[in-house]
Design a protein around this ligand. Structure first.
Ligand code: FAD
Length: 313
């Protein structure tokens, strides 16, 4: 579907203006070869007309050059908007300030403010920012200094939200309090950690709204096709995939069947959360477009694309 351009078309398609948001997570390349492959993936994903693509970054910003490489590619070579992940642990306040300025100078207008994954053996240094909330405050401080480049406008600042208790958090109530504090500090929206049951997302939404959180909470999905990736993800996030799903994926006859099972699972889950009122979908792509496109094809979201649609695969 192409975007309406005349007033009668706009009036006719007004309900579509509330189409679900769509975004993809990409991680920076580790080598020039993987950057070439990533460029191909991005061009396939761009054809689906996402609202933005997010660019992950390592805690400590050891891969900053690669983050900037991917961000610059997205800005200069595509029509996509980047949302750059900014992690606070392992970096000083001065370093983070410099990174925010550098991203603004390149034309970035969206940041995902995160504490960052735990760095093994790392202990907090004096000038380090230990949580996402003070990082949001720093971003807003830099924003105030740079209103001229923002034409008086604001940066879009996202944060993480957790359908399941964050592994370091004592209770889900504490997680909710942290989310409230992040919104009060200036967050505009949240993207969730992975989850595998629609009820987990709905319960998060209920807890957040009851505590006064008003910002959109966008569900994050991994196309659940690769059992090894799901196990690795569980180690990192503390959120395990259902045993039944893992069993079905592990015993599938071949990759094609595995892909069918995983895509069907993801589409069912996404359909349920959209039906429950989720404002959009954020797909953790692991830099692979094929499964993400399978999920989108099957979901058949009511969206239009600003780029010519071919069969991108
Ligand atoms: P915070 O909101 O700061 O919370 C961290 C922990 O501290 C929680 O247990 C919280 O309860 C606790 N806490 C917060 N504030 C306080 C306080 N004032 N007092 C006491 N305890 C407090 N990681 C990366 O390294 N790179 C990435 O690119 C990346 N992208 C992500 C994208 C998404 C959508 C999500 C959901 C996660 C991502 N992560 C990434 C992982 C994230 O960094 C980890 O989940 C991290 O452990 C927590 O980050 P946070 O921003 O939620 O931290």
């Amino acid at each position: 579907m192409t975007a309406p351009t005349t007033l009668p078309e706009l009036e006719r398609t007004a309900p579509a203006a509330r189409r679900p948001a769509l975004s993809y997570e990409l991680f920076p390349a580790r080598s020039d070869l993987s950057f070439d492959r990533l460029r191909t993936t991005i061009s396939h994903l761009e054809a689906t007309g996402p609202d933005y693509v997010s660019v992950t970054s390592r805690a400590g910003h050891g891969n900053l050059a690669r983050v900037l490489e991917l961000t610059e590619h997205v800005l200069a070579e595509t029509a996509l908007r980047p949302l750059v992940h900014l992690t606070s642990i392992g970096s000083t306040r001065a370093q983070l300030t410099a990174i925010i300025h550098a991203l603004l100078d390149r034309g970035v207008r969206g940041l995902l403010a995160l504490r960052g994954d735990q760095m093994p053996g790392h202990s907090l240094e004096g000038d380090e920012i230990p949580f996402a909330r003070p990082l949001i405050e720093l971003i807003r401080e830099v924003e105030r200094e740079r209103t001229a480049v923002l034409a008086g406008g604001r940066l879009s600042v996202g944060v993480a939200a957790y359908p399941h208790r964050h592994p370091e958090s004592p209770t889900t109530r504490h997680d909710t309090e942290v989310l409230v504090a992040k919104e009060r500090a200036g967050a505009d929206f949240a993207i969730t950690q992975v989850f595998f049951e629609a009820s987990s997302y709905c319960a998060l939404l209920e807890r957040a709204r009851a505590a006064g959180v008003r910002m959109p909470i966008v569900p994050g999905f991994v196309p659940a096709t690769d059992p090894r990736r799901l196990v690795r993800l569980a180690e990192l996030s503390g959120v395990g995939a259902p045993r039944r799903l893992l069993h079905d994926l592990e015993t599938a006859a071949d990759d094609a069947e595995r892909r069918r099972i995983g895509v069907r699972f993801t589409v069912d889950l996404a359909t349920r959360v959209l039906d429950a009122g989720a404002p959009g979908l954020h797909l953790f792509t692991f830099n692979s477009h094929a499964e993400a496109l399978d999920v989108l094809d099957a979901l058949n979201l009511d969206r239009w694309s600003t780029t010519p649609q071919g069969d991108p695969r």
